[in-house]
Design a protein. Sequence first.
Length: 1001
Amino acid sequence: MDESTIIGYIVTALAGYVSEDAKALTDKMGQKAYAKCKVLVKTVWDRLSGNPKNEMVIEEFKDSPEDYEKPLTRKLEQACEDKKELFDELRALFQDYQQEKKTYAATIEGDEGVISQASDAKIAPHGIATDDINTDGGDVVVGTKIVHKHESDDPETKKTQNAHQRYFTRLYRFCQALPLEPLGGGDQEITLDQLYINLNTTSGSGEYKKLLKKRGRVTQTQSLSALDALVCCKRMVLLGNPGSGKSTFAKKMLAAYAGKEIGKVQEMPEGLEAGLLPVWVSLRNLASRLKGLDRAEQEKLDDKERVSKFCGFLRQQLEDEGDLDFWEEIHTILLSGKSVLVFDGLDEVPEVYRKYVRQMIIAVLKSCDPQRVLLTCRIRSYHGQAMLKGFAMFTLAALNPTQMNSFCTAWYEALFQSQQVSGKDKLLKSENLIRVIHDSPDLTELADNPMLLTTMAVIHQKETELPGERVKLYKLAVDVLLRRWQRHHQHPGMRPSDSLMEVLGNDEKILGIMEMLAYETHKAAGGDTKKQADLERKEALSLLEGKKYLGSAGLAEEFLDYVDQRSGLFIGLGGGGEEGGKPGTYIFPHRTFQEYLAGCFMVSGRDADIGRRFETHVKEGDYWYVAAQFGAEELYHNRRDKESLFELAYRLGVDIQGEGESGELHRKILWSGYIASVAGMEIIREDAVQANHRPQYPNLIRERLLSVMQAERLPPVERAEAGCVLACLGDPRKEVLDSGAMTFCCIEKGVFWFGQGEKAYRHKELDYDYWLAKYPVTVSQYRQFSEAGGYQSEQYWPEAKKAGYWMSGQFKGNYEKEYREGMPKLSGRFIYANNPMVIVSWYESIAYCRWLTSQWLAGKIVSESIAHLRPREWSFVLPSGRQWEKAARGPKDQHPFPLGEELAPNLANYGKAGIGSTSAVGCFVQDKSPYNCMDMTGNVWEWCFNIYTPDGSDRVFRGGNWLNPAFRCRCSYRSRHDPNFCRNNLGFRVALVPTSVSSGR
């Protein structure tokens, strides 16, 4: 059999493998043939990956095998021509696969057969096999119905069955339990199912709809839900901000698997296969297995030893829970691959251990090849050595108003079901909570975080006024906990000693203690590389014994025990050994409370002490940034200490040595800018000009932030943060904020390279000069159009009016239920004035261009770059695809990306940069085309004027975005959607072309 024939068969096998779920394919092919096909797939993927062109074909083939068999065949043929040994390897693997497939014994006919063991047997519809079916400890199944549940009389088998039941029951209860106690809701008897609302990702659903349909799910929403993402991707990383619901989603998913096994769940979510073993792995706890190994020992571990340590970790967990009898079954299932693994909290692993935890995860995946894998991590922590190859990456979106409303309704419904509120109060309170949240922009912004929304609900239930700033909300939540402690120590049988009662009755003292413990716990994770994100009991006791806090060993012991049992805010882990059953370490169950309290400690004491703490921790990377943010907000909003806030900002941003060329100095400037933004530029400016203060600070900090953003001393995430802070203080770049001051780049007429792949590079020519904006249109520039009445001016909207999306001065985009009178409402990290405008349709983009043309004719465009042009001879338009590609590629170059041959995370805002949102335009100074147009690689897709195909209505967009892999950021890559489509990764850029060209459109 020749090479092309073999490769054709291989691609056909791969197409079947990637287009069907595991259970269906196993039933069809047999377990061994299925396993052989997996090996074949891995070999193909590994040998072709690494080249962006190959990776694009692989990804497209996975999404739509029937459409991309030919491109994959060509790639394989080319690879086999380059390496003869690759073809020999693939041929041998394929022959193994074929042999296993042929030996698969039985065939099922009809819709309710039971598989026979005879190799030539076929079972008729509704038939049942009568040969040697072994039911020892198992079930006989007809179709999907259990017709006999066999319970063995063997004591060992019974013991295993009992352990099996306990494991799934305990896991189900663990997943259903809500951690309300740290939020002040410890008395609530509410389960996850009662409150859970479907979470969305920041990805759109469009490109996944075809794959979802194949896997039994149909979505009508614009955003891709977290569940849909999981259905699409067997290996998935779920990123999110603190409290965004990463772990909650993971628990909801595992609860379905565990609940199905014990009869608590009747039907699995569509697209998720039943019958897999669910396993929850806390990566913080897993990392503790590396605690006793130094770096040299960790480096020496091979994959087999890493898997052994992982299995030892799971075995120890079972033993701690009394379920060791279930270990052999779990171990067997793990090795078979019939499992779903959740690795929770990569961000909670100290950075020094992340490399080794990552290696352990990779080793487990290679050895066990689980059916599904979900890893959760904070956005800021998923970069560098933490990133895992072969995992699809999704980021949880902020809650939208509908989701907020659903949660508020579900909250009071759950309280009503548990008889904690009356039917009347349920309705009144839920409506009031919804109204209060939406009436306050600050509260609306806070409520898009599930954890903070839950805190609001707890506080609202207690009839406490909801504050507007997050730091006030955290303070109120901590105050709720303190009052709860006081209730507990008055409860019969819970009375502590008089000395401890005196401490518990002193809110200021107890708050100071908790701030210190949070600070020391946070410091233990980021400083000493031998410690985890926990505080050891002996260290906590030593700190508490100090005169400033409790002053005695006995009182320190009693305090730790009391807090562990009663507060839910600082809880103990482990026990036994030298501690005589006492917890060995202590943690804050949610890191944002730890960071809030640690931030409070950072700003306690004299100004000199505060400054020294900030200068110490700024050296330790971005680990302390959130705590530093909380500290600054605490100073300004809760303690009303403006003077200390100003001094801290000046100390970090002005009183520094050198030119700010190191990462540490750049981070100081970033922190200083954020501290200043808490008060706002107007207040900072008033203070800075006073006697003996720093009059140069307001302008200096903005200049330095711009430098920090554009330099490469900090990781992309922190540079993007510098852009956000710069927006809050006022970006000094007028050309970025003002439509009338836009900078344009001249694109000279002539030939250029167009396209890529087999049809490239076709020589095209544009016979006229034109101009393209240096940056995408920003939020500030688009707001000018909206506030100038652009949505009410009919002459800008002929296409939208004809299509029914513009009516009487109002516009309605895709998925919007109601018309709006102005620009779409932005939230989260998309609000900043210097970021690209997003959630804007093609209709809105061309309306802006027409408005800009009218502004130019009225003499309101003052851009120096086009001042020599005659307005009546030129028009502002959306660029065509060819105009966009020429500006991106240049006149002579054939490079794949606008910025050159290679794309790396520090060069542009695309998926691997890990930013998770748009970034300020100009943030990546190397992301510029040969014509000096910037941000053409990633950040946002950019609408083009032309349609995708001559017979269609979809409009083209180009350039890739902050979510995309590298291959979608190529000069030649284009995507499409209907012209009223809106998304948070889709914007536009303006072109200026001769009127004779624009009139022909």
